[in-house]
Design a protein around this ligand. Structure first.
Ligand code: FAD
Ligand code: NAP
Length: 425
């Protein structure tokens, strides 16, 4: 019997498992689906993947690979979901991870048992662990808005969107202006009769390429080569983007009240040109649903056949009682974004939303966790953990917008340097 349990074999679970293996630690890893890959496995039989057929990763290839397992340079700048899955599978197999996963086995309950944790599996088996690493993903439980009124057409959340085919010749409203919304609006635009995107706060639309170079490589150059602080580099980027893309108000996309560097980037090379071609228009927030029509905050009204809510995700842990850990208040209050001070035997992996790529950041989390569990360093006492959390929340308040959407936001460079310093990586 091992002392460590990992829940989930998506990119986070696989990455942490590899780091534990590198330190010679043994662990059990349970995956409710029949294979690894989580959200990157299109139509995953775990029923949890938010992947759509046209999805391409928005981090460019050189910034996406693992430190000891780079992505094949013959692949394109922005990998498709299938290409990324193949890369993850190759990484897992090169490190002997897939054979360690117990598939088709869901963790149904995690409860405290003295200083240990009792883990109940869907097979009915109960096991005891000193540490439970939770890597169940946080982008699969749809967050639905509560607009007044009723809509009579078809309604889905972006989590269930797969292809444009069902929207052929239809009038479609996409609610939200995050990355799911812009990807889906653009995907549907050429086949639908018309697409409207509705946004309450608007967003700065960043291109995927600037002067032929992937946008994240510009930021990487400023932060890593020129060693500029992240906020400076983001301010410079916002100027460059305005020069390269122009004033988005010309396309009917309002300029947000907040500066570009305060938000999670919305990336799309096609959105503004598609608005320019008349495929897509932009409306403010939905005021009311009126049968087959939708009224907007500017007093206009239009008829639609379908609404796609691309309104983000709720963080949920169905196997943890909310009396033990309430995600709505506690998911953003973790020591080093991983450890709840009240329950240091639980460790959350991948529960972050970085400005920058998630997957390489979780590689560093994995090394931090492996160093911690192999005794290379210890957690501070509860008071110090609370102090670190307060400092993080203060930095987050000063940096990002006050919205549920930013509960897990972290700055890649600052956060990775904190983990590296703790674990002497
Ligand atoms: C549409 C979309 C696009 C994205 N694009 C990017 C991008 O371009 N770049 C980027 O860095 N990030 C992107 N992300 C974020 C992405 O989710 C993370 O990068 C990362 O891959 C998530 O991996 P994960 O392992 O944490 O979660 P998941 O991939 O969701 O995997 C979680 C795994 O846990 C399993 N599981 C859940 N509950 C249980 C249970 N009770 N018992 C057993 N197993 C369980 C699931 O079956 C699943 O396999 C995107 C997210 C979305 C939704
Ligand atoms: N190609 C890619 O790589 C890709 C594609 C899709 C998603 N992703 C990633 O996956 C994660 C989730 O993205 P997401 O776009 O699904 O969700 P998201 O980033 O949380 O965006 C949700 C959008 O919906 C809006 N919204 C939320 N609640 C609303 C309400 N009640 N009324 C009106 N608008 C509302 C938000 O507006 P406010 O800003 O006003 O809150 C925001 O515009 C992100 O990290 C994203 O980068 C990546």
């Amino acid at each position: 019997m091992t002392g460590i349990c990992i829940i989930g074999a998506g990119s986070s679970g696989v990455t942490v498992a590899k780091a534990l293996r590198d330190k010679g630690l043994t662990f059990d890893i349970f995956e409710k689906g029949s294979d690894i890959g989580g959200m990157w496995r299109y139509e995953n039989d775990n029923g949890q993947s938010s992947c759509y057929a046209s999805l391409h990763i928005d981090t460019s290839r050189p910034n996406l690979g693992y430190s000891d397992f780079p992505i094949d340079p013959s692949l394109p700048d922005f990998l498709s979901h299938a290409q990324f899955l193949r890369h993850l599978e190759a990484y897992a197999d090169a490190n002997g991870i897939r054979e360690r996963v117990t598939f088709r086995t869901r963790v149904d309950e995690v409860t405290p048992d003295g200083a240990r944790w009792r883990v109940t599996l869907s097979t009915g088996e109960v096991r005891s662990y000193a540490h439970v690493i939770i890597a169940n993903g946080h982008l699969s439980d749809p967050r639905m808005p509560g607009f007044p009124g009723q809509f009579d057409g078809e309604v889905i959340h972006s989590h269930h969107y797969r292809t444009a085919a069902p929207y052929e010749g239809k009038r479609v409203l996409v609610v939200g202006l995050g990355n799911s919304a812009v990807d889906i609006a653009v995907d549907i635009a050429r086949r639908a009769e018309h697409v409207t995107v509705s946004t309450r706060r608007s967003a700065w639309i960043m291109p995927k390429y600037l002067m032929g170079v992937p946008i994240d490589q510009w930021t990487g150059f400023m932060v890593r080569r020129l060693r500029l602080p992240v906020t400076w580099s983001r301010r410079i980027m916002s100027r460059l983007i305005r020069l390269g893309v122009g004033d988005q108000r010309r396309f009917g996309v309002p300029r947000p009240e907040h500066p570009m560097w305060r938000e999670h980037a919305t990336l799309s090379q096609e959105l503004l040109p598609y608005i320019g071609h008349g495929y897509i228009d932009v409306k403010p927030d939905v005021a009311e649903l009126r049968g087959n029509k939708v009224a907007f905050a500017d007093g206009t009204e239009a008829a639609y056949d379908a609404i796609i809510y691309a309104t983000g995700y709720r963080i949920s842990f169905p196997f943890l009682a909310t009396s033990l850990f309430d995600p709505s208040t506690e998911a953003g209050r973790l020591y080093r974004r991983m450890v709840p001070p009240a329950h240091p035997g639980l460790i959350f992996a991948g529960l972050v939303q970085p400005i920058g790529p998630t997957i390489p950041l979780v590689e560093i989390q994995g090394k931090w966790i492996a160093s911690l569990l192999s005794g290379a360093f210890s957690l501070p006492d509860r008071k110090e953990m609370e102090r670190e959390i307060a400092e993080h929340l203060d930095h987050k308040r000063r940096t990002y917008l006050a919205s549920d959407r930013y509960a897990l936001e972290v700055d890649f460079r600052l956060y990775s340097s904190q983990m590296r310093s703790d674990a002497r990586l």
